[in-house]
Design a protein around this ligand. Structure first.
Ligand code: SF4
Ligand code: SF4
Length: 129
């Protein structure tokens, strides 16, 4: 993978940390998350790679990735992680950042056609209170 020069700004790192409340630096790349992910083969970056990229600050790549929207929020990765990283939560954190950026932070009473189910789940988890 080519490493782009641009890495996440501190306010982006803070925003993600505020959403997920996890320290992804605890990830030791054991790949248990990816080996249990039912959609890993369809992803451009597998869950353990997403965690690695998160630590490197490659948010741009992550936010552009298909993996964020292929992830079905099944939580299999989170249940398998020996370090309690909760990759599903990290994925969801990035989706929430994208939705905030686009101003799509509220769940409408009727979900418009074409909205990815992951976006609906991310919104409901974030704004259910
Ligand atoms: S299972 Fe946990 S520790 Fe292992 S690679 Fe995935 S996120 Fe990292
Ligand atoms: S929550 Fe997403 S990344 Fe984790 S195992 Fe399920 S589909 Fe894969």
């Amino acid at each position: 993978m080519r490493i782009p020069q641009k890495t996440a700004a501190s306010h982006q790192r803070e925003e993600l940390a505020d959403i997920i409340r996890k320290d992804v630096r605890d990830c030791y790349q054991c790949m248990k998350c990816s080996s249990g992910c039912p959609f890993a083969e369809e992803m451009d970056y597998m869950p353990h790679q997403m965690m690695w990229m998160t630590n490197l600050g490659l948010y741009e790549k992550i936010l552009e990735s298909k993996s964020l929207w292929i992830c079905a929020s099944c939580l299999a990765c989170s249940s398998r992680c020996p370090r309690d990283i909760e990759p599903a939560k990290v994925m969801e954190g990035f989706r929430a950042m994208l939705l905030r950026e686009r101003g799509q932070t509220k769940v409408a009473p009727v979900i418009p056609k074409g909205v990815p189910r992951q976006a609906v789940i991310a919104n409901m988890r974030k704004f259910r209170r």
